[in-house]
Design a protein around this ligand. Structure first.
Ligand code: FES
Length: 108
């Protein structure tokens, strides 16, 4: 059964920031874009690279709502997980987000 899991305080993830959290054996990338928070699995469906940061721990390119995989350039919409640019063809899992008592929570 799905449950809401608290990740951090909203104030710890200001506008324009991202963070990766380990939840139930998965890595979840969480983004604050203009005060709204989005969450996707931090695992590219093309060949298993992480999405939110590159190997040097620099933030990957976020173009509007599209995160670009630092490995081959596939893109995903962080609002719904849709694969939007080749070589990514399969959508990435995304998670419902809510703010509860100032905490960012996702439904897993
Ligand atoms: S591993 Fe992400 S586009 Fe290839």
């Amino acid at each position: 059964m799905a449950e809401w899991v608290s990740l951090c305080a909203l104030e710890e993830l200001p506008d324009g920031q991202r963070e990766v959290f380990g939840v139930s054996g998965r890595w979840i990338a969480v983004f604050n874009v203009s005060g709204k928070v989005y969450a996707i699995e931090d695992l590219c469906t093309h060949d298993g690279n992480v999405l939110a940061f590159d190997r040097a721990d620099r933030p990957s390119q976020l173009r509007g709502f599209e995160i670009e995989c630092p490995r081959h350039g596939g893109r995903f919409d962080i609002r719904n997980g849709k694969a939007t640019r080749s070589p990514a063809e399969i959508d990435v899992p995304w998670f419902q987000v809510r703010i509860q008592n100032g905490q960012i929570e996702i439904l897993v």
